[in-house]
Design a protein around this ligand. Structure first.
Ligand code: SF4
Length: 388
């Protein structure tokens, strides 16, 4: 296939839908609950909703929307740290656009900007570095966020800053890692995931090898997946086919982009600049060992956490916020008590409503809102009746 339309061809989608339904006739025999496939990546969640893929699947398959949206899993305390840094009078605080509205315990970066902080949206860390060159009397901080996908560009920017001897540029590093997080999901007693769609962009950097343990140790099929609707349908089919054959392996559906060994130059830049943190706090999932990176001592001069006084407080999410249960797949977004009323994309209470890749925003924007709210009301009424 060459053009993007070909990845959205309705006839091919219907053929895959048919093949999935046929496999599920066998696979659902003897099962009392739907088979659960987790798409880890927020980009996949977005495609699934945008193209109505859930509606194409038999009821015997449930897609579980994983924690692979880095904006969504950022804990409130880290947002508060961003705000504290941004409110320093000597600082220009730079961020990607999707992080600017994430609520902290008191305000978001957007509200801090409205209150006078110098917060600027950038499209790349190199834009932030350019700001540092143009403003030698100010401290420019880049809010480094994302999985392994964005780590290489951040690492290369820091290497460039060091090579040029720029001393007014630093990172507030919130990069997170995929593999320890999938492991934590698999070890969680709450979750019963039968198979995985692995993140395509992360895999483009890390390759297929880091996912081998999912098939080898946990005996779950996993397919590295692209971002078009046919990619998703084909990958679901590939996961089911492995199950049907009694196999568990890592397959690469996104081979047009993902090399088996990953991106050597990107991996080299990451390991030069970053090292694993002992643990990192995730919104809704708690602390996960080795699930984040920090800057190596050789780059301490570019580390905002060492250069400035960062409050680094742990802040609990509001009680009514059920982001954690949604992230673990324990409840669906519309089952959260505040979904669609107190929590909307205009007034997000939780991070899953902020980013277009967040599961709650996807349900809100692309789901049938009145129907979802009616379902929740019915569910609550049923729960009340059985409790009485
Ligand atoms: S509706 Fe809002 S508070 Fe509830 S889980 Fe979604 S983002 Fe979190």
């Amino acid at each position: 296939m060459k053009y993007v339309d070909e990845f959205r061809d309705p006839k091919k989608a219907q053929a895959l839908q048919q093949q999935i339904a046929e496999l599920m006739q066998d696979l659902s025999k003897g099962r009392t609950s739907p088979l659960q496939i987790m798409e880890f990546c927020g980009g996949h969640t977005h495609t699934i909703f945008r193209y109505g893929i859930e509606q194409m699947l038999p009821d015997s398959i449930e897609m579980v929307h994983g924690p692979g949206c880095p904006v969504c899993v950022l804990p409130m305390g880290r947002v508060d740290d961003c705000v504290a840094l941004a409110e320093r009078p000597d600082v220009i605080f730079t961020t990607f656009g999707d992080a600017i509205r994430v609520p902290g315990s008191k305000k978001s970066l957007l509200q801090a900007k409205a209150d006078g902080a110098d917060v600027r949206m950038v499209y790349s860390p190199l834009d932030a570095l350019e700001l540092a060159r143009q403003n030698p009397d100010r401290q420019v901080i880049f809010f480094a966020l994302g999985f392994e996908t964005t780590m290489p560009s951040t690492a290369l920017t820091v290497q460039q800053a060091k090579a040029e001897g720029i001393d007014n540029f630093s990172l507030f590093c919130n990069h997170i890692t995929t593999v320890p997080t999938i492991k934590a999901i698999l070890d969680s007693p709450d979750m019963q995931i039968d198979g995985f769609l692995a993140p395509g962009h992360v895999s483009m950097v890390v390759g297929a090898q880091p996912f081998q343990f999912i098939a080898g140790h946990y005996h779950k099929p996993i397919v590295i997946t692209g971002f078009e609707p046919l990619d998703i349908l084909q990958s679901i089919y590939m996961v089911l086919k492995q199950m049907h054959e009694g196999q568990c392996r890592v397959e690469n559906q996104y081979a047009r982009v993902v090399p088996e060994a990953g991106n050597e130059a990107g991996l080299q830049a990451i390991s030069d600049v970053f090292e694993l943190r002992e643990f990192f706090e995730w919104r809704g999932l708690g602390s996960i060992d080795h699930s984040g990176v920090k800057m190596r001592d050789e780059y301490a001069a570019f580390d905002a956490e060492r250069k400035f006084n960062v409050p680094n407080l742990k802040i609990a999410d509001p009680k009514s916020c059920q982001c954690g249960e949604v992230l673990k797949g324990v409840i669906r977004p519309w089952e959260c008590k505040v979904f669609g009323n107190q929590c909307t994309p205009e007034t997000p209470m939780g991070a899953l409503m902020v980013s277009s890749e967040g599961a709650c925003a996807a349900y809100y924007n692309f789901g049938n809102l009145p129907e979802l709210l009616a379902r929740r009301e019915q569910q609550q009424a049923d729960a009340g009746a059985s409790a009485a």
